[in-house]
Design a protein around this ligand. Structure first.
Ligand SMILES: Nc1ncnc2c1ncn2[C@@H]1O[C@H](COP(=O)(O)OP(=O)(O)O)[C@@H](O)[C@H]1O
Ligand SMILES: [Mg+2]
Length: 233
């Protein structure tokens, strides 16, 4: 589904991604972990075309997307969410969800957006201004905005950060449901328990380098991972 080869990125003198090879298999939920500042968000920014790589290639669904613009990549079916949900504050919740579609706005799209909100018990928030939503609600809405675009691959950057236990459970169930509907998912999370629970495959980064990858069980036991991350948690 996604193949990254030799990815490198620096900001000034700071090398944030170092020669990363990573393959995301179709149909999987693929977790990415790493301490704060290890380059996870930068990695997603490069894959989704928001910032260019300095080195390496990215192919998505058999196509080289290394130099494509973010909107072109999104149209190919690679969508993402952000650590901090970026909604249009003076549009309604419903309109924000509709914004994620490439179809023409109309009755059918409105209905689809409403059904997505309803499936999360958020139907009564449909006409509220996005600026009135809580942090957690905004996280759900930006995910629905990505989903309405019918992605093949979804990148989720810290989908449960700042969430209470109940909200985390709801988000985890939603990620599973989306994946069961055929969407490949890559997820970055500080919540190791949630991530190890939901992911079938995990890649660990540290200081911009891939230090390990494997099943959650193998990653939990990996000495490099324990030293870099789990040990310090
Ligand atoms: N636009 C930028 N300009 C300069 N430095 C950046 C930029 N974006 C991220 N960084 C730096 O790159 C490193 C990795 O950041 P980030 O990718 O956000 O890590 P993570 O998501 O794993 O916490 C950090 O040291 C961060 O300060
Ligand atoms: Mg980050």
């Amino acid at each position: 589904m996604l193949k990254v080869a030799g990815a490198g990125k620096s900001f000034g003198g700071l090398q944030v991604l170092k020669n990363i090879d990573l393959t995301i298999e179709q149909g999987r939920i693929h977790g990415i972990i790493g301490p704060n500042g290890s380059g996870k968000t930068t990695f997603f920014n490069c894959i989704s075309g928001i910032i260019p790589l300095d080195a390496g290639r990215i192919s998505f669904a058999g196509r080289d997307i290394t130099t494509l613009r973010a909107d072109r990549i999104a149209r190919l079916g690679l969508r993402r969410t952000f650590q901090e949900a970026k909604l249009a504050p003076s549009l309604t919740t419903l309109e924000n969800v509709m914004c994620g579609s490439f179809s023409r706005p109309g009755k059918a799209l409105k209905q689809e957006a409403w059904e997505l909100l309803d499936s999360l018990g958020m139907a009564e928030s449909a006409e509220r201004w996005a600026r009135e939503l809580t942090w957690a609600e905004r996280q759900f809405v930006q995910l629905l905005r990505a989903i309405i675009g019918k992605p093949k691959l979804l990148l989720l950057d810290e989908p449960v950060s700042g969430m209470a236990v109940k909200e985390t459970e709801l988000m985890t169930a939603l990620i599973r449901r989306i994946n069961a509907q055929g969407v490949t998912v890559a997820v970055v999370s500080h919540d190791i328990k949630m991530l190890m629970d939901v992911a079938e495959w995990v890649t660990a980064l540290n200081f911009g380098e891939k230090i390990a990858e494997g099943t959650p069980e193998a990653i939990r036991k990996n000495p490099l991972v324990i030293e870099a991350y789990l040990g310090a948690a």
